[in-house]
Design a protein around this ligand. Structure first.
Ligand SMILES: Cc1cc2nc3c(=O)[nH]c(=O)nc-3n(C[C@H](O)[C@H](O)[C@H](O)COP(=O)(O)O)c2cc1C
Length: 330
């Protein structure tokens, strides 16, 4: 399956892994890239550029295929501007294949020459955005691709709340650079749908959590499979950083605080991403905000990354070939 996305990154399949703090580390990244998709290292796993560079080099010992680095330029209690600059420079020095940027655009965050500096080092820029206006900005600023992130996605969907099904074609008709779809993507049917809607491929995160190579307590993977598409909720509109997480006792506490207009200082300990690390390790899924997408309703097994990627592509190819017959269109 060749698309503008596979050509842009030199990958076999039009699939990439989305950034996941504490989970997108060298083992998972290399497994996704070795499966022919674009793996991901999430910069926020590390405290310094040197630590990130070491993770990039470790990944390269396990794969000779391209992978991206996620930089989340979002408000954070922990990450300082110096840390972002350090990570950015480390990625240029290591000449990673691409940045997956979320939050603020790099040209505004690091300055107008940031994209040129990246391109000179051979690094491509993908911006994950939830609106057409942000996609148009990325196109004009010189990004190489945009990700249409619908409200179904895990992590931090934009509070515009536009679904993937509407956002993808709107973006595809509005920008010249390739559009990659995320939010609700987890199988061959959704990949085929994204391509039909005008995307050049998909990005998935929750689906890659339920893989053998994702390093987390097996109890969390079992819980993801048990839970359904209605088992996630949105929170955070009152603090202007919306998130989607698994329904649990922790997010209920956050929602209750929001309902009584609690101040950010009071909510901060509950929102800290540091807690997630403990949950991924001990498997107590009630004990932190657990970012996941509505796509968990489509995830029914734990498989290797290779099995996941190959199965999705085969299924999508079958659907796209067969749909004209099934719909009786000549
Ligand atoms: C566990 C988890 C952690 C995430 N962490 C980040 C992150 O650090 N930075 C980021 O930009 N997006 C993050 N996301 C969002 C994903 O990269 C992606 O946009 C989204 O999850 C796609 O929806 P899906 O999970 O249904 O495939 C995270 C998602 C999950 C599930």
């Amino acid at each position: 399956m060749k698309t503008r996305m596979t050509e842009l990154f030199g990958i076999k399949h039009p699939i990439m892994c989305g950034g996941m703090m504490w989970l997108c580390k060298p083992d998972l990244c290399a497994a996704v890239s070795n499966a022919g998709a674009l793996g991901n290292i999430t910069a926020a796993n590390y405290d310094t550029g040197a630590e990130l560079a070491a993770a990039i080099r470790k990944t390269r010992e396990m794969t000779d295929k391209p992978f991206s680095v996620n930089l989340s330029l979002l408000p954070s209690f922990r990450i300082t501007k110096e840390m972002y600059l350090d990570w950015f420079d480390a990625c240029l020095a290591e000449k990673v294949a691409a940045f997956e940027i979320s939050g603020a655009p790099v040209d505004k965050f690091f300055g107008p020459d940031a994209i040129k500096r990246g391109h000179d080092a051979g690094v491509k820029f993908i911006h994950k955005v939830g609106s057409v206006r942000h996609a148009i900005h990325a196109d004009h600023a010189g990004y190489d691709a945009v990700i249409a992130a619908g409200v179904e996605e895990g992590g931090h969907p934009l509070s515009d709340d536009v679904t993937t099904v509407v956002l993808t074609p709107r973006m595809a008709e509005s920008v010249k650079i390739p559009v990659i779809t995320t939010g609700g993507m987890a199988d061959g049917r959704t990949l085929a749908a994204a391509l039909v809607l005008g995307a050049e491929g998909v990005m998935m995160a929750s689906r890659f959590m339920a893989t053998k190579e994702c390093q987390m307590n097996e109890k969390v993977k079992d819980e993801l499979i048990r839970r359904q598409e209605f088992d996630t909720v949105l929170y955070g509109k009152t603090i202007e950083l919306q998130g989607r997480a698994l329904k649990n006792a922790w997010v209920k506490k956050v929602q209750d605080m929001e309902a009584r207009h609690a101040k950010l200082e009071e909510m901060a300990p509950l929102l800290s991403g540091l807690r997630q690390q403990t949950v991924w390790a001990d498997g107590n899924t009630e004990d932190a905000l657990m970012p996941v997408g509505q796509s968990i309703g489509l995830i029914h097994d734990v498989a290797t990354c290779k099995e996941v990627v190959e199965r999705i592509v085969k299924e999508a190819e079958g659907i796209l070939k067969g749909s004209t017959q099934r719909l009786n269109i000549s």
